[in-house]
Design a protein around this ligand. Sequence first.
Ligand code: PRP
Length: 209
Amino acid sequence: MMRRIRIALTKGRLEKSSVELFKKMGLDCTALENKGRKLILPVGDYDVVLAKAADVITYIERGACDIGIVGKDTIAESSGEFYEVLDLGIGKCRFALAAPQGSDFFAGYNVKTVATKYPAVASGYFEAKGMDVQIIKIEGSVELAPLLGLADGIVDIVETGSTLRENGLQVVEEIMPISARVIVNVASLKTRKAQIEDFLKRLEAAAGM
Ligand code: PRP
């Protein structure tokens, strides 16, 4: 017998709204909402795992899980092979280039330094502009970098804009809109087509699309 379909959910910001969608699909989310330290949780006929965004992509690429819910930000930063099948319209935010208020990021001819958690996205953005920049990879609280004199600007996620505001930074240019996407393992979509399409159809309906 084939194992149950495995779904990888991104922990944190997207978690609550993903669980809400599952409930709207009529799935019993008791185990998911009372998870304790257990890592594989039964939800209806599915097994659900909660993981960091980059790991959700790894699980789907390698077929450890069949279906994943992850932000477009992490997808844009990855180079993996999987199908992106649905935009859930939750977790909406955007990538932006930001710099200290009152500064002119594009002024002058010196090579600018940019701090980011998303070096691939940032390089792609500046390459498209034909601009040579030095990119510094930071793991979190990227807004600190310009305040510490480490960078001229940042490429980061902006949601409400309050982190930028409270740290004297402003958006220089928006780069790309972000929202949660559904991704599927390439082989799973062939071998378990009916089951996966059924799940996607119900998820799409729950997301109100
Ligand atoms: C993200 C992002 C910004 C903030 C933007 O960080 O990196 O810091 O959210 O949200 P806002 O526009 O509503 O203020 P996150 O909280 O995910 O943590 P991190 O700093 O560890 O990346």
